[in-house]
Design a protein around this ligand. Sequence first.
Ligand SMILES: O=C(O)C(=O)C[C@]1(C(=O)O)C=C[C@@H](O)C=C1
Length: 391
Amino acid sequence: MSEQSPEQKMDNLNQTNVSDHSNEKEFLDQLRHSIDSVDCEIQTLINNRAKLAQQVATVKKEHIAKSPTAEKTNPIFYRPEREAQVLKAVMARNTGPIADEKMARLFREIMSVCLDLEAPQRIAFLGPVGTFTHAAALKHFGKAADTVPMTTITDVFREVEAGTAMYGVVPVENSSEGVVNHTLDGFLSSTLKIIGEVELPIHQNFLVAEHTKLDGLSRIYSHQQSLAQCRHWLDVNYPNVERVAVSSNGEAARRLKNEWHSAAIAGDVAAAEYDLHKLYSNIEDNPSNTTRFLIIGHEAIAPSGQDKTSIVVSAHDKAGALIEILKPLSYHGVSMTSIETRPERPNKWAYVFFIDMDGHVNDPNVSAAINDIRPLVKDLRVLGSYPKAVL
Ligand SMILES: O=C(O)C(=O)C[C@]1(C(=O)O)C=C[C@@H](O)C=C1
């Protein structure tokens, strides 16, 4: 009899049901044996994929070596547009039973390891360890990246500008709290580009340590914003326990190490990082609360097929200036996805507008709209075109 293909073996097992087997243990052994052989194949295939990524790395290095001396730079291994395409393709062809997004997360980690083989990536993020920005960095780059906490948003910009970190991750807006001014202002004094975005649903957990005495809780630590996001839940469940605002959720989680009478409110990454137990999950009053983060770096990113472009413009101080700026977008059929205003320091009463639009700066309608805006403003800078968040 000819050897069965892995697919045929799977079909046979799927068609058998437990009750057909007089010996349950025998069936379990058979299933586990099949899992072992599938694992073997997956492992070989992942290593094959990694070898291909290593070859891609060689091509990238050779390309730089062949370029004229004046243009010689370090090869760029991280390609966000390609990663976005890979993840979208994974989701599009997925047939289950694993959900599309969960399958894409598995591939996210495989690509993270492949990129690490090409060249380890050092990523600065607004720390400390265990914050939602840390979670965003891991979600975007995967766990193989070397993520390094920074104390302030300015430090993240500096670290990337200096080249000590290749990329940075900073929060830019929260669906209930609004924009993060420090991040927008960071772009006014930096030449760094936006090379990607991450959206993270903000889910809060009620965390305790192994040594916590639940009947003696006297303090709940968290960042002020997180305490506010869980106010109703706390009023119902712990109305008489003191709420203590600390500098970050990561710091709240860290404090439980030495205190038996305290709990913390923080996300999954903090729970894992400080080995805490999730007594209650998803305790936020608004379950659709989401934070958006930006990835900052030096390079311009090629189109992925589903991109966003961010610009910052410094408007003339005259009536109707903003209306004039927006007209070319509508004329060229470019859809604006957000606009934020910030004071243009040091000039008193002058403003800059941060505008996000659909499309890549290489798209003819986007570049035509930007070219038409230029003569209408004092200054215009394209902050970057980058793939829309996939996961
Ligand atoms: O396609 C590339 O340029 C690769 O380096 C390969 C690969 C991958 O593993 O698929 C790895 C890293 C890049 O960020 C994008 C994709």
